[in-house]
Design a protein around this ligand. Structure first.
Ligand code: F6R
Length: 589
């Protein structure tokens, strides 16, 4: 994970680096650091969040029009000032920021120590700096030293290096972690994510694996691992910098929950040809595997129910990290359908690599244009949800569901009908986000804020709603939450219900209603407190949130749970945008 940025131009580097690094804080926030080249190469870094470290160290004091910066999600080495990036070489001439993991770092470190290099941190990253130093000492130029170093590194990495002795350039290298160039006028950028520099330019160059970029203020050149120049295309990103701002909301999470009034419609308003093309690929496939992690996995699980009921098609659903165990079922006729907001999740990319080795066709639903997953796929559909900055996935989930419904209807030859129904669902989001509902959910959060456990039950498609709801509640409020298929309660978890245990029942008006209400009754009889998220009130509920009735209920039913998670975080004094220990883009396995 971690976010890395490089800037070179006519302006002072630190304000730009500070702003750009803040935009990447969602990728990790254990420590932060910055290095610029003014009269000399100077580094400031420390453990803690960006604003706190900046108040302590004053990044603005660094001079120069060229610099790199880093926000860390710790992997190798504790959260300390020393382990914060950038890391420099023995002579403080080279500095490196890195995202990813260097798997062979201990062998390299031993070898470099034997050659006299002195290490100041416990990180895997520091080997990159000393390795480049060693190669420079052996007479190589800066770019060639970076190319050679990248050949010797194993693992997943993207790094940016600067050198006080060649101070008109930045060298950046990408291997299995994201890195994108931002092309400005008299200034250029390189970063883990386009949102980092979107305020300055929307012209970007996506680097591919094993590519090395040499960036000056007026130009850039890209090379492959053999040092041969590669021609790259400049793309234009259609996200606006405004979308990456809080725009008056106290947190990105609540802003992004509210944006669902528009994002669902954006997900389905697309060229009919691309939907029909994917639908044909699904219909022609022999064996379909839906693969993803976390929230995107819950969308896959919903897809199993959606495709079963609408298309009468069986699809297999796997957690990406478990998928390689099932690769022997893959053939050239298999279709792999991957879902990922970021398009950079390491487990998903690994699953895709495994599948591609067997000749499997890959379709992806991604939000981030130009992401690694998009470039590895045979065909991609963009979610068009705009940047999702909060670490928790909210609007991307409902966009994924909307697009899955549209595809299922298209596979069944009923594209128009599906689209019309989805449009209606999109319009009804505002009827969920009413003042009345928000007040009720805030009150509920006040009631539940000191609870240790919350259980959620649902049946059929609502089962995946319970899993996604539980994930939202626990990751942001740190209250243990568990989603269950109602039928599973009496197979074990019912033993945990005591007087006052809160249980949220997801009750759409459909065939599952009677059974899920019976399950809720089983809980209530044992003293449980029943919160209904339902299309109509029921005497079983001790508390209820009433949601408009639609066929595609998972899209609306998740919204009160997103809001409850948000208000629980606020009530408990947790940061809704940056939950502890988590990062948005999980680029390590
Ligand atoms: C939960 C959440 C994570 C992500 C997961 C996959 O709120 O955001 O569980 O869903 O890390 O991320 P993507 O969709 O980027 O592959």
């Amino acid at each position: 994970m971690c976010g890395i940025v490089g800037y070179i131009g006519n302006k002072k580097a630190t304000p730009i680096l500070l702003e750009s690094t803040k935009k990447l804080e969602y990728r990790g926030y254990d420590s932060v650091g910055m290095c610029t080249i003014g009269d000399n190469l100077s580094i400031l870094k420390g453990a803690g969040r960006i604003d706190d470290v900046n108040n302590r160290l004053n990044f603005q004091s660094l001079e120069g029009n060229l610099g790199i910066s880093h926000t860390r999600w710790a992997t190798h080495g504790g959260v300390t000032d020393f382990n914060a990036h950038p890391h420099s070489d023995c002579n403080n001439t080279i500095a490196v920021v890195h995202n990813g993991i260097i798997e062979n770092y201990s062998e390299l470190r031993k070898d470099l120590k034997e050659k006299g290099h002195e290490f100041k941190s416990e990180t895997d990253t520091e080997v990159i700096t000393h390795l480049i130093e060693e190669l420079l000492n052996n007479g190589m130029g800066f770019r060639d030293a970076v190319i050679e170093a990248s050949k010797q590194l194993e693992g997943l990495f993207a790094f940016i290096a600067i050198n006080n002795n060649e101070n008109g350039k930045i060298i950046a290298c990408k291997h299995k972690c994201p890195l994108v160039l931002g092309i400005g006028s008299n200034e250029n950028f390189v970063a883990s994510d386009v949102v980092s520099f979107l305020n300055h330019t929307n012209k970007v160059v996506f680097l591919d694996d094993n590519e090395i970029a040499e960036i000056t203020k007026d130009d850039f050149q890209v090379f492959n691992i053999l040092g041969k120049p590669v021609t790259k295309e400049i793309s234009t990103i259609n996200w606006s910098s405004e979308e990456a701002k809080k725009s008056g909301y106290p947190h990105f999470m609540i802003k992004e929950i509210n944006e669902q009034k528009e994002t669902i419609e954006r997900a389905i308003n697309r060229d009919i040809k691309e939907v029909k093309k994917v639908a044909k690929m699904i219909n022609d496939a022999y064996g379909i595997f839906f693969v993803a992690c976390g929230t995107s996995y819950h969308a896959c699980l919903s897809a199993a129910y959606i495709f079963s009921s609408i298309t009468k098609k069986h699809v297999n659903v796997f957690l990406a990290s478990e998928f390689p165990n099932f690769s022997h079922f893959l053939t050239k006729n298999t279709l792999m359908f991957t879902i990922s907001q970021s398009g950079e999740t390491a487990d998903v990319l690994e699953a895709v690599r495994v599948a591609k080795e067997k000749g499997v066709k890959i379709i992806s639903l991604v939000n981030v244009m130009g992401s690694s997953l998009m470039r590895m796929s045979d065909y991609s559909l963009l979610l068009n949800a705009g940047p999702e900055i909060c670490v928790l996935a909210t609007k991307s989930f409902t966009s994924q569901l909307a697009l899955l419904y549209l595809l299922a209807y298209a596979c069944a030859g009923k594209y128009e009908e599906g689209k019309e129904k989805l449009k209606e669902v999109g319009k009804k989001v505002k009827n969920v986000l009413t003042k009345k509902n928000i007040k009720k959910i805030r009150n509920l959060a006040k009631m539940l804020k000191d609870m240790n456990d919350i259980y959620l039950i649902g049946r059929g498609l609502s089962y995946s709603t319970t899993l996604e709801g539980a994930l939202k509640l626990k990751e942001v409020s740190y209250i243990h939450a568990e989603g269950l298929a109602g039928g599973e309660l009496k197979h074990g978890t019912l033993a945990l219900i005591e007087r006052g245990t809160p249980c949220i029942a997801i009750v759409p008006n459909n065939g599952s209603k009677k059974d899920v209400l019976n399950n809720a009754m089983e809980i209530k009889s044992r003293g449980g407190y029943i919160i209904g998220i339902a299309n109509e009130d029921d005497e079983i509920f001790d508390y209820s949130i009433i949601i408009p009735e639609v066929e595609m209920h998972p899209i609306l039913m998740i919204i009160p749970l997103q809001l409850l998670a948000y208000y629980l975080a606020v009530e408990r004094g947790c940061d809704p945008d940056k939950p502890r220990n988590l990062a948005k883009s999980v680029t390590v396995k």
